[in-house]
Design a protein around this ligand. Structure first.
Ligand code: SF4
Length: 326
């Protein structure tokens, strides 16, 4: 029996941003934000996409939805090429693919009531036949995310950060999407509120069969919600693994360093902290060979600084891009 078709397939995705300068604003350089990223997501699965800020994870998420136009590569949703879609087709496909943003306040129009924000997509996609049906759906969405129907008449500034993120989630759910890109949805929230929002996202996934691409810079945030985790460094995926395996035995030196910074709740268990030397290099001129070689404690020359390690399959759903592994 052949494997079911993935819901989302991303193939060799590239996004370079021009750097303009000089008197005439000509392109003088390029930011290599995403450099050939490939992955797939099964229906109902959560893939955590993690890495330090500037590694290209949010750009990848936005390119999937074409909120940012990719430079090259292909994105397919159930076999349909999202990257080849024209405007009208893309607008229709937005019913299947939604996003929850990091900053729930900046992403909500302060001049619109919460009811209007949540109901906007119902109007755009003509999902309610009558005003009564529209109102009933908005109330249902508010309840689904744990808010009160009366909140529909209020404005975003009247809510706490956690409540605002719930409004953002209700807005994304309005069109009954299949895929949601969660772009650092809890990074701006207090730790106590983070768990509540993550629990809500997990409940919604179970209830509606949602598929998540969960972008985060913090491995501890994606640990519980992800089925698999992809680690990104300077625009490339360097490791993919089932979540538990990544936590227990990371294969890439960068994953190992990221993991060493995650606090362990059990004080009797100690993990050696790996402090990486230097900063993340500039994505305008990424290092040659393995982009991590300037900070890698295991670097072996000349291979590490001259040859790009391919993302190799290790079996058991694990892939790693390192000359010393696989
Ligand atoms: Fe380190 Fe070399 Fe592996 Fe890159 S390829 S992670 S530099 S050991």
């Amino acid at each position: 029996m052949s494997a079911p078709q993935p819901l989302l397939e991303v193939e060799d995705l590239v996004k370079h941003f021009p750097v303009k300068g000089g008197l005439f604003g000509r392109e003088v350089d390029r930011v290599h934000a995403v450099n050939g990223v490939s992955f797939s997501l099964a229906q109902g699965e959560t893939l955590g996409l993690v890495g330090e800020s500037g590694c290209g994870k949010s750009t990848t998420g936005r390119c999937v939805l074409r909120l940012i136009e990719p430079t090259s590569g292909e994105v397919r949703l159930e076999g349909r090429s999202v990257t080849a879609m024209g405007r009208a087709e893309l607008r229709a496909a937005a019913r299947d693919m939604q996003i929850i943003f990091q900053d729930p306040y900046a992403s909500l129009n302060p001049r619109m009531t919460v009811g209007a924000i949540i109901g906007e997509a119902l109007v755009i996609h003509e999902l309610a036949q009558t005003p009564a049906e529209h109102e009933a759906r908005v109330v249902e969405l508010l309840r689904t995310v744990g808010l009160h129907p009366d909140h529909a008449r209020r404005y975003p500034h009247e809510f706490s950060g956690g409540q605002r993120q719930r409004i953002g989630i209700a807005r994304a759910l309005a069109v009954s999407p299949r895929l949601i890109v969660c772009d650092e949805p809890v990074s701006a929230l207090d730790v106590s509120i983070q768990a509540q929002v993550i629990n809500l996202l997990e409940d919604l996934q179970e209830r509606f069969g949602l598929t998540y691409l969960f972008v985060a810079h913090d491995l501890s945030v994606v640990e519980h919600i992800s089925d698999r985790i992809a680690v990104m460094y300077l625009g490339r995926i360097v490791e993919v693994a089932p979540a538990r395996e990544l936590y227990t035995s990371p294969q890439h030196p960068y994953s190992e360093a990221l993991l060493s910074a995650v606090p362990i709740p059990d004080p009797s268990v100690r993990r050696k902290r790996i402090v990486l030397q230097g900063d993340v290099p500039s994505p305008i001129h990424p290092p040659s060979g393995c982009a991590f070689h300037t900070r890698c404690p295991y670097r072996k020359d000349p291979v590490c600084s001259s040859e790009l390690p391919p993302l190799r399959d290790l079996g058991g759903g694990r892939q790693v891009a390192c000359h010393l592994r696989g």
